[in-house]
Design a binder for this molecule. Structure first.
Ligand SMILES: Cc1cc2nc3c(=O)[nH]c(=O)nc-3n(C[C@H](O)[C@H](O)[C@H](O)COP(=O)(O)O)c2cc1C
Length: 188
């Protein structure tokens, strides 16, 4: 599958069925993170691959109400970092950028392997960190929900989420965020 095909195939699906999680899979995904570029090669990211059933059950309790669909996860990947782990150039803090890139590479590899890897922000940060042993001063940026896509729509989904299973949510047109050579008129 080409990079372009993988990017197009990736979707934030919310109807999941179980998939077997192996050490090989985790190592494969971790390797994609390992070779991601970062500012001054700082590699600010930390990833926790959670597939222990009891821990998953605990994590389900910290998800926000709209994320009940994630209880079908076979694995949850917790992604954390902190600003000091990466370049701070005046007001430019690179830890979220670099960790986001690494997460994107992981998500694309998971997609190529036929998995759903859906990042979420809807969770309670401190309780999640406590469950996973992540120190309080770190920023838990996202939980990536991993499973296999099911054509059978998860009944816990809202109507708009159900629609999202069938078609990609609309995007801005390219001319709304693209400039050629110079920003002449800012489009918000
Ligand atoms: C940082 C981030 C946080 C997100 N948080 C949630 C979330 O809490 N719950 C959820 O159902 N989807 C969440 N999503 C998924 C987005 O809603 C989804 O990517 C967007 O609607 C576009 O759909 P698509 O990824 O299928 O193209 C999140 C995505 C990102 C990148």
């Amino acid at each position: 599958m080409s990079v372009k095909e993988t990017i197009k195939k990736r979707r934030a699906y919310r109807s999941l069925v179980p998939v077997e999680i192996t050490r090989d899979l985790i190592e494969d995904l971790a390797e994609m993170v390992r070779i991601t570029p970062s500012c001054a090669n700082k590699q600010p990211w930390q990833f926790v691959f959670v597939y222990d059933k009891e821990l998953l059950k605990e994590l389900f309790t910290v998800l926000s109400g709209g994320n009940k669909w994630a209880e079908k996860a076979s694995m949850i990947i917790a992604v954390f970092s902190q600003p000091e782990n990466d370049c701070v150039l005046g007001e430019r803090l690179y830890y979220l950028f670099d960790t986001g890139m690494a997460t994107a590479f992981l998500i694309l590899r998971a997609t190529e392997l036929g998995l759903v890897a859906h990042p979420i922000a809807g969770f309670k940060e401190n309780p999640a960190k406590e469950i996973l042993g992540i120190p309080r001063d770190k920023r838990l940026i996202t939980l990536v929900i991993v499973g296999k896509h099911s054509e059978i729509i998860n009944p816990v989904l809202s109507d708009s989420m159900k629609l999202g299973e069938k078609q990609r949510p609309p995007r801005k047109s390219i001319d709304k965020f693209t400039y050629i050579n110079k920003v002449k008129e800012l489009i918000s």
